[in-house]
Design a protein around this ligand. Structure first.
Ligand SMILES: [Zn+2]
Length: 274
């Protein structure tokens, strides 16, 4: 079975969108889509995403070997294959370096770890983890592996964003949402940072996500809340938001203020120039 024209058009359109949004530079970014049993349609290596055409797409097997097309597979293909391997419900994977999300991924300060907008928790879940940095190759796929079953989009440290979904559009929209959240969180830093949703609210929203039929990670959303809370910044108090935070959270509140101050300082320095 070979990739049909509709799937080819979808991959090319998403590729051009990545370029038009400014989420890639040079030859950055890549897209794959499931085209049959153990067969995947892929963008070619060493090609600007604005230049990708249906003619340049190739097909690979589940070991990453080319089975159709004249171009070469890209180096990060093993990350995509790791996702398909663990998630039979996934039909497409999109990778790019969108600036706001990549800035967070490169600062080590994942401000979007727990999405702070209710709709986002439904769409991408209660957790957008930051996968520790790995050099390209098998170790990068190994680093990704513990997250694939529980999430649909994640940040790759000092690298970018990887998102997946049932089709190209859904994977693209999830990457878009991660970038949008990163942009909002970055803007909010100037006024003290985003206020996280409470653990209670996260659990309620996760229950809705689990009932949404949005894929295997969504089905597990309620359990993913626990991972998100364990991994992320301290949760907002469960009671009234105006109540004084428990003593254990005072440290993190101070930490955030310090962080905001540091970011402001960095901004002022950057604006002043050398
Ligand atoms: Zn990359």
């Amino acid at each position: 079975m070979s990739a049909g024209p509709e799937l080819r058009r979808a991959v090319v359109a998403a590729s051009h969108d990545l370029a038009a949004r400014g989420w890639v530079a040079n030859h950055d970014g890549n897209i794959t889509a499931r085209a049959g049993r153990a067969r995947f349609l892929a963008t070619p290596t060493a090609t600007a995403k604005a230049r990708v055409s249906e003619r340049l797409l190739l097909e690979v097997d589940d070991g990453g070997a080319r089975v159709a097309g004249n171009t070469k597979p890209f180096g990060e293909l093993n990350l995509h294959l790791a996702v398909y391997h663990e998630r039979q419900d996934v039909g497409a994977v999109v990778h790019a370096h969108p600036p706001y999300a990549t800035a967070l991924a490169s600062s080590g300060n994942n401000l979007v770890e727990r999405p702070f907008i209710a709709e986002a928790v439904i769409s991408v879940g209660p957790w957008i983890p930051l996968v520790p940095f790995s050099l390209p190759g098998k170790q990068a796929a190994d680093a990704l592996s513990p997250y694939i079953g529980d999430v649909d989009v994640l940040l790759l440290e000092n690298h970018g964003v990887l998102a997946w979904g049932r089709d190209v559009e859904q994977a693209f929209l999830r990457l878009e949402l991660a970038e949008h959240l990163a942009r909002i969180a970055t803007l909010a830093e100037a006024s003290g940072g985003v206020k996280p949703l409470s653990a209670d609210n996260l659990r309620t929203l996760a229950k809705k996500r689990a009932a949404s039929g949005l894929g295997a990670a969504a089905d597990r959303a309620e359990r993913v809340v626990d991972r998100a809370l364990a991994a992320g910044r301290a949760p907002a108090p469960e009671s009234s938001p105006k109540a004084a935070p428990p003593a254990t959270e005072a440290g993190s509140a101070v930490g955030r203020e310090e962080l905001t101050a540091v970011i402001k300082e960095e901004l002022v320095r950057a604006l002043k120039g050398p």
